[in-house]
Design a protein around this ligand. Structure first.
Ligand code: NDP
Length: 293
């Protein structure tokens, strides 16, 4: 059994990006610039945005944070997006989700210029990705693909079961694993909360991607001997023994599942770090105008 080291791989990806940025700087080129919009005071979102900004600093990207309170109106968010779309110095930007309930998330995402949508959430990018055209691939599934690649995990002809059908993780993950490319060429089953016989379906998975947001939901008796298990889940659960008062749990009961697997990602230290690295990669693509000219 191999524990997939997201920390090592994400550091590798970031180092490669840093080397490219150093070259751009030496040649007097434009330094990639990522902006992040953070609305409200969700603790987890603050942590995610802080780690994105920190990664920009490590790599040598320029970053900006546009921060507003939870009372911000939808119209105000749309105005911020409009100004970022027009700002020629900003190569790509993200609007950190979730947004406060009074803001329509689809409207906000559709307002982002697809050329700057480095999260890959805009319908144009999702549609282009589904068609196999060049597109920004949303960061979490992109990060998972990179882990599979760098560990040279065979995917062709395998049965991949994805648990969770969200727009940002499960659905794009299922499309990517089914595409005619490496890593992909899987036979994919996309499951969700209304799936009948979920346990039996999971037991058939050669590659199991858990992205449902239910801590330690996937138990050992749901996993086939020798399966590859990718745990996307990140849930904060109360833990008095921690200084922060909470612990981070994945969707997989790691201790009991790991011995049955060939490869498994831990939480923390797995997919989460790759998500940030993938976002940085998309930002470099945006600054190089590699997807859209
Ligand atoms: P959503 O809540 O948007 O989607 C959850 C999905 O899981 C839904 O499709 C839901 O089904 C399904 N689901 C819920 N309960 C069950 C169940 N009991 N059995 C089967 N399916 C179920 O979550 P996200 O996709 O945004 O996130 C999933 C997890 O991944 C979360 O823990 C989140 O924090 C984490 N995450 C991690 C990231 C990373 O960087 N590692 C990035 C993004 C998310 P239905 O559609 O029927 O409701």
């Amino acid at each position: 059994m191999t524990i997939i080291d997201g920390k090592r791989i994400s550091a590798e990806v970031k180092q490669e990006l840093k080397e490219e940025v150093d070259k751009i700087r030496e040649n007097g080129g434009k330094i990639p610039h990522l902006a992040a919009v953070l609305i409200g005071d969700n603790g987890a979102s603050e942590t995610y945005v802080a780690s994105k900004i920190k990664s920009c600093e490590q790599i040598g990207f320029k970053s900006s944070l546009i921060r507003r309170g939870s009372e911000t109106t939808e119209a105000e968010v749309l105005e911020i997006i409009d100004s970022l779309n027009k700002d020629e110095d900003v190569d790509g930007f993200i609007v950190q989700l979730p947004l406060p309930d009074h803001i329509n998330v689809d409207k906000v995402i559709e307002a982002i210029d697809p050329k700057k949508d480095v999260d890959g959430f805009h319908p144009i990018n999702v549609g282009r990705m589904a068609k196999g055209l060049p597109a920004y691939i949303s960061a979490t599934p992109f990060g998972v693909l990179e882990l599979l690649k760098r560990y040279k995990i065979e995917t062709a002809g395998k049965h991949c079961v994805v648990v969770g059908r969200s727009q940002i993780v499960g659905l794009p993950m299922s499309l990517l694993m089914a595409r005619n490319d490496y890593p992909g060429n899987c036979t994919v089953t996309l499951t969700h909360s209304r799936t009948a016989n979920l346990k039996e379906i999971c037991q058939q998975a050669d590659i199991l991607v858990a992205a449902l947001g239910r801590p330690e939901f996937i138990k050992a008796d749901m996993v086939k001997e020798g399966a590859v298990v990718i745990d996307v889940g990140i849930t904060r659960v109360k833990d008095e023994t921690k200084k922060s008062g909470f612990a981070i749990k994945g969707d997989v009961a790691f201790e009991e599942v790991a011995p049955k697997t060939s490869f498994i990602t831990p939480v923390p230290g797995g997919v989460g770090l790759m998500t940030v690295a993938a976002l940085m990669y998309n930002t470099l693509l945006a600054s190089k105008k590699a997807i859209y000219s």
